[in-house]
Design a protein around this ligand. Structure first.
Ligand SMILES: C[S@@+](CC[C@H](N)C(=O)[O-])C[C@H]1O[C@@H](n2cnc3c(N)ncnc32)[C@H](O)[C@@H]1O
Length: 146
């Protein structure tokens, strides 16, 4: 895995940009470091944490008989669940309580050539389910392996 996250401008520098991490690009918006001020929270300092989770899942998935059902419960940009879908043979659900965040997650899925469940496109690419829901409710409704 590359050591440094790369950042590049997309449209207006202060409003929107793209961040790359472990083969996944996500759009983030201004104030992405301030949870109270953004719907696209992204903390670059948590990269190592995301990588530890990714490595743990890769090991777990490798030992599993069938595809695991995995929940990235606090999706924000979708950066973590998107990495799971790209690097591990697992089924991924990404949820967030905030609809603006789940709209951004869907955008980031499509930008990374992942299908969003419910889309008409039925290509061979991995399909991610994006859910707008309080995780306390979601985890009472459905069981996940990871
Ligand atoms: C700290 S950010 C997640 C960071 C992300 N996992 C990453 O690695 O960049 C927290 C996100 O959780 C969402 N959130 C907060 N409470 C929630 C809840 N009860 N259920 C679902 N999502 C929630 C917020 O809307 C926010 O987008």
């Amino acid at each position: 895995m590359a050591k440094q996250a790369s950042q590049q401008s997309t449209s207006e520098e202060t409003l929107e940009r793209t961040v790359s991490e472990n083969g996944i690009k996500v759009t983030i918006k201004s104030n992405h470091l301030s949870p109270g001020k953004t719907n696209s929270f992204f903390n670059p300092k948590m990269r190592q944490n995301r990588e530890l989770v990714l490595c743990s899942l890769a090991t777990f998935a490798g030992e599993s008989d069938g595809p695991l059902e995995c929940l990235d419960a606090f999706g924000a940009t979708g950066i973590m669940g998107l990495q799971w879908a790209k690097h591990c043979n697992v089924r991924v659900v990404i949820s967030d309580i905030n609809e603006e965040s789940t709209n951004l997650i869907k955008h980031n899925c499509r930008e990374n050539k992942m299908n969003v469940k419910g889309d008409d496109d039925v290509s061979e690419n991995p399909c991610i389910e994006v859910v707008t829901c309080d995780v306390n409710v979601l985890m009472h409704q459905r069981a996940f392996d990871f």
